[in-house]
Structures are given as C-alpha cells and as structure tokens.
Ligand binder design. Structure first.
Ligand SMILES: *Cc1c(COP(=O)(O)O)cnc(C)c1O
Length: 403
C-alpha cells in the first residue's frame, strides 16, 4: 500500500460513489493528457509517436491521446473498426500475427497507412488483395522481424519476444529473400518502406535506446545489401512500467536524447515508436469496497467487491497491484465490524479460485469491511484483458473524469 497513488479527482470520486456503484474503473483524462504531453515533449519532434491501441482502447482514452500522437497501431480487424470510429481520420498502422484475408481487405478499404507484414504468407495475401483495389495507389509496408537482442540490453526486460522462437514477425534468416522479392518488383502494388520490430517489454530507457540502435543498424545493412532505400523504422513499444515502484516512470527524456542521437546522422530516416502500457497505465484506477475481513491459518484476507475478472493485470504479470486504502467511518450495522488485526492483509476478489488475488500481504493494519480500496496503474492491459464472464458477477462502472 502506498500513498500519493491517486489524483484528487480520483480520490473524491472513489469516496463519493455509493457501494452499489462499486467496483468502478476511474480514468483521469486530465492526468492522461498531461502525461501524454510530457512524453511528446520529451521526444524529438521528428520522431513519430503511435499508440498501441490494445493497451487500452476506450474511445475516451483514444480521443484524449489523439492530439499528442501521430497515429494508432491496431492489431485486429476489430481494433481497426473501433479506432477508426473513435478517432476519425487518425493514421493507422495495422499489425499483428494471423491477419485474415477479410481483415486485410478491410484495412485496405479503410486506407491504413502502414501494414506491418509478419510473414511471407501475409505478403502474398496482402499483394493479392491490393491487386484488386480499383485505385492505383500503392500500399506502404514495413516488414516485422524477430531480431536477436543483445543479452546485455535485456537485463531488466520482463517479457522478451525478440531473438527466441515466437510466432511474431519474420525470422531474420528469411530477411534477404523477402526484401529481395519486394525490392526486385515482385509485388508491384506494395511499397516497401522499411522495418518494424517490437522485441521486448519492460525495458528502461537505456536498454530501449540500445534496442532501437541495433534495429536501425540491422535494417540499414539489410536494405543496403539490396541497394534499396530504408525510409522508415518502427522500433515498437515495451517501455517499462514499474508496478512495484509506481512513482518511478520510464525516463522519456533520456530516451528522447538517445533517439535524437540515433537520428542525427540519418536525416532521411523516419523513426517511429509505438508504446501502449507506458502511455495509459497511469491514467486508470479500479476502485472498490472491502466486503469482508477474515483470518485463515495465521494470515488475513480482505475480500473486495469485484476481483481479477475485472483487473487481471496482477495475475498475468505476477505482481501485487499497487493500491491505497480510503477509510470509511460509517458502519450502518448492529453487529461488530470485521477488521484486520495483523499488519499484512491479502486483498482478494469474489471469485471461487485461489488465484483471485489483487495484492498479497499488503501493509493495511486496521483495514475494515466498508473501507474503500483503490488500485492504481489500472489504465493499461486491465479491464480489456480480463475474463469478465467468469462467475457472472456484475460489470464495474466506468467513469471518465475530466476536471
Ligand atoms: C503490444 C504491442 C505494442 C505495445 O507494447 P507495450 O508494452 O504496451 O508498450 C507495440 N507494438 C506491438 C507490435 C505490440 O504487439
């Protein structure tokens, strides 16, 4: 449990909502705008910032981010339709493994500005679909590669996807064949713009800079071998969010300096990043109420309204979700109020599974039924990755605060 985890408007709303309106997701759009503006300001002006919509696709979140971003990365036909409706006219990049022919056609019809092609099969489907386009326009393609990562840059990476067997992207051993095909005019409707790589998640600024440098250098050597121009490199997302130290944010200033250095000697190169988590994690909270406090074999548990079917993040990431207790003095009942007698309390939800733990052994001495608990860093990979239907509890409320 930490203090200073809540913005004033989130604190006020978490206390004002009646118990039957809990749990609730609270999004502070003013805080989101402020954060996005600071990220944008820390990056060199010519570096493009796309938001990976899968981190949190709430329309209000997308609209709040739009003025600070150059576009949005979508990873399915569903996201494509949704984002195009939420932020009309925003440039879209379409990525993700296993694109269907129907999704590819829909993306072309929607005029997405970049395709992130992840396999030779995708290249053929895209070329065939594009050949049926009535307009003569060409389709901008980035080839996504699963590049090996230098182990030293990965020391602090929680979730690495690059350089080991994964279903994402093309294998580097196929790079020359595929670039040769495209550069040799094998796909006249496709315009090879450059390379995409999203290789790791949870990296600090120094490691992210090293990854960007090695991706750009690798792409340059590849394109040079084929005598073709490298116009663009997208170095992906994965900027760290530290759930154990919520106040310690990714160092966007240092990353901006690193990217400025990287692009200084390459004036023609368009460099793009596409973070998700590190943009929106800090703008969301999950507010709830303690239903019961009980002891079991020497430990104490507080059961809150809701649970990991609404906020699955701590289970998937294997952490304790940072939270703050808001004491509520009223106790309307005639019987004794359940309360914690030890210093450490495990906060669980209403699901009938021992995995439904939001935060283990939290310092919360004196926690009582009826007190409120607000979980922070719930703005990314939270509601939208959770298994809502399990046990059929009601859905949370959603509040977009915009003071
Ligand atoms: C998920 C994803 C991102 C965003 O990753 P974060 O860790 O949320 O920054 C960016 N690019 C691709 C291709 C992704 O799959």
């Amino acid at each position: 449990m930490t203090s200073d985890l809540l913005t004033p408007s989130v604190r006020a709303r978490a206390l004002a909502l009646p118990p039957e309106d809990l749990p609730a997701y609270l999004y502070d759009l003013a805080a989101l705008r402020e954060h996005a503006a600071s990220v944008r300001a820390a990056l060199p002006g010519h570096v493009e910032l796309y938001y990976a919509a899968k981190a949190n696709p709430e329309p209000q979140v997308l609209a709040a981010l739009a003025p600070y971003t150059d576009g949005f990365e979508v990873s399915s036909g569903g996201e494509l339709t949704h984002v195009a409706r939420a932020v009309p006219g925003a440039p879209l990049a379409f990525g993700g493994p296993g694109k269907t022919p129907a999704e590819t056609a829909a993306a072309l019809a929607a005029g997405v500005e970049r395709f992130h092609v992840e396999s030779v099969q995708e290249l053929h489907v895209l070329a065939e679909t594009a050949s049926r386009l009535r307009s003569g326009s060409r389709v901008g393609v980035l080839l996504r590669f699963n590049l090996p990562l230098d182990a030293s840059s990965l020391k602090d990476s929680a979730l690495s996807m690059g350089g080991r067997p994964t279903p994402f992207g093309l294998d580097p051993s196929d790079a020359d064949t595929v670039v040769g095909l495209l550069a040799g005019g094998g796909f006249p409707r496709l315009d090879l713009r450059g390379v995409h790589a999203h290789l790791a998640s949870g990296l600090g600024a120094r490691a992210q800079t090293a990854v960007a440098e090695s991706v750009v250098a690798w792409a340059e050597r590849l394109f040079e071998r084929h005598g073709t121009t490298l116009h663009e490199v997208n170095v992906g997302g994965g900027m760290a969010v530290d759930y154990a130290s919520p106040g310690k944010r990714f160092d966007w200033t240092a990353y901006g300096v690193g990217l400025a250095r990287l692009t200084a000697s390459r004036p023609g190169l368009r460099l793009r990043i596409e973070p998700g988590r590190a943009l929106t994690a800090y703008c969301g909270w999950y507010a709830t109420e303690v239903l019961d406090v009980k002891h079991s074999h020497g430990e104490e548990f507080a059961v809150v309204r809701g649970g990991t079917h609404h906020l699955r993040t701590p289970v998937t990431k294997g952490h304790d979700q940072p939270c703050e207790v808001l004491p509520v003095e009223e106790w309307p009942h005639s019987w004794p109020r359940p309360r914690a007698h030890r210093d450490l309390v495990t906060l669980t939800g209403q699901l009938c599974t021992p995995k439904d733990v939001l935060a283990g052994r939290v310092p919360a001495a004196g926690l009582r039924a009826g007190d409120r608990v607000v979980f922070a860093l719930a703005g990314a990979y939270a509601w939208n990755i959770s298994h809502h239907e399990f046990l059929m509890h009601p859905r949370p409320g959603f509040h977009f605060l915009d003071a």
